[in-house]
Design a protein around this ligand. Structure first.
Ligand code: GMT
Length: 376
């Protein structure tokens, strides 16, 4: 199949999922065209059947806001015609499904049928999409997609609760390529750069937005380090980072917390981690937790949104209500204080992650595409 994929090219989970999906589909013989405003961060394998088309929005002083949706829909029309694209898969309703619908309509004028699959990722529904300003546009985009998928059962329920949806929503969970993590290529001396042998390594990875409750990560770690030797790796950049650094100073634990920024060595960091903390306010899926789990890292998280579908309580880690910092710290200690228990959770995490292996999920998208192609 010749498929155009539209996504956000940044470090966010939706962009990562879209890119990994495109690369996996290309490996299975499909021709994939990414259409977005810059090359997706994880897209490092451009080849004959993986292409990237940049959406350029010319600066024009008359416009207070430059019209990205217009540029995207026009670019889609051109790419579809030039490369004879058969299907469009947009990740994130705003503004991608909206722009995709316009492209579809413009192509229909020329007698070209372009089925559109829209995947909902969470923030488009629970945070941005539900904003009263965006609600009509999101509802319209979902109802006018040929197929709609969501990354968890919980997100499907939220979408049906918040919007008047006429379309069926199919749940296709996010995925991970387990085979990539089968052999550990990292040496112990690389671990020593992060922590002493006796110290446990605890990690948090996110875009440091309010919804991630970064201060809870620090507070949970503060309690943990009172009881056991440990280091905290804070990976990522975002608006809450400065406040987190201030809190670390205030609590006098700066010698135990490393802010590593937007690291390209996430696999290495996770490979040496013992525990992953994700105390988010909202999380439609929690891809970062899954990335930790595939590396055999236990997860202590909240029970919000799709997290209970990914982090299985008592098996891959523990779940708590949002803001229950003391309980999350106690759960972390329950896992970390005993080597046998820690090993059991590490194995449990890897085992649960295997359920989300790419080889189980990509064929689900292929089935959806086949069916979408029948829609006229
Ligand atoms: O919240 C983020 O870190 C970014 C956001 C995005 O739009 O990329 O992530 C959303 O999509 C991810 C991939 O499907 C999910 O794993 C995240 O849980 C979801 N974030 C929220 O729901 C807050």
């Amino acid at each position: 199949m010749k498929i155009a994929i539209v996504c956000y090219p940044t470090f966010g989970g939706s962009g990562v999922v879209a890119t990994e999906l495109g690369l996996a589909l290309a490996k299975r013989g499909h021709e994939i065209h990414f259409v977005t405003y810059s090359q997706p961060v994880r897209l490092d394998q451009l080849s004959g059947n993986v292409r990237f088309h940049e959406v350029h929005v010319p600066e024009y002083p008359l416009f207070h806001y430059q019209p990205y949706e217009l540029a995207l829909s026009s670019k889609l029309v051109n790419v579809v015609k030039q490369f004879k694209i058969e299907l469009l898969h947009v990740h994130y309703a705003i503004p991608h499904a909206y722009a995709g619908y316009m492209a579809k309509k413009m192509l229909a004028e020329e007698g070209i049928n372009l089925p559109m699959v829209t995947t909902l990722h969470g923030t488009d529904i629970t945070l941005v999409g539900n904003h009263p300003f965006y609600k009509p546009a999101v509802t319209f985009s979902i109802n006018n997609s040929d197929v709609v998928t969501s990354v968890s059962e919980s997100l499907k329920e939220d979408t049906l609760k918040f919007f008047k949806i006429k379309n069926e929503i199919q749940v296709v969970p996010n995925f991970i390529d387990c085979s990539k993590y089968d052999k550990k290529e990292f040496t112990d001396c690389q671990r020593e750069m992060m922590a002493d042998k006796k110290e446990k390594i605890i990690t948090h990875i996110s875009n440091f937005r309010k919804v991630k409750r970064i201060d809870d990560v620090i507070k949970i770690f503060f309690e943990i380090q009172k009881k056991i030797d440990a280091k905290l790796m804070m990976v990522g950049e975002g608006p809450e980072k400065e406040a987190a650094e201030d809190l670390v100073d205030e609590l006098n634990i700066s010698n135990k917390v490393m802010f590593l920024g937007q690291s390209h060595e996430i696999d290495k960091i996770l490979c040496f981690s013992d525990l992953f903390l994700l105390p988010s306010e909202k999380e439609s899926f929690g891809l970062s937790a899954l990335e930790a789990m595939v590396n055999g890292v236990a997860v202590v998280s909240t029970n919000t949104g799709g997290l209970p579908e990914v982090n299985i309580n008592g098996v891959s880690g523990y779940l708590s209500k949002v803001g229950h910092v003391h309980e999350m710290a106690a759960n972390a200690l329950k896992i970390l204080e005993n080597e046998e228990t820690l090993e059991k959770f590490k194995q449990g995490a890897r085992h649960v992650a295997e359920k989300f292996d790419i080889k189980n999920i990509v064929p689900l998208y292929e089935d959806i595409y086949e069916k979408a192609l029948q829609i006229k």
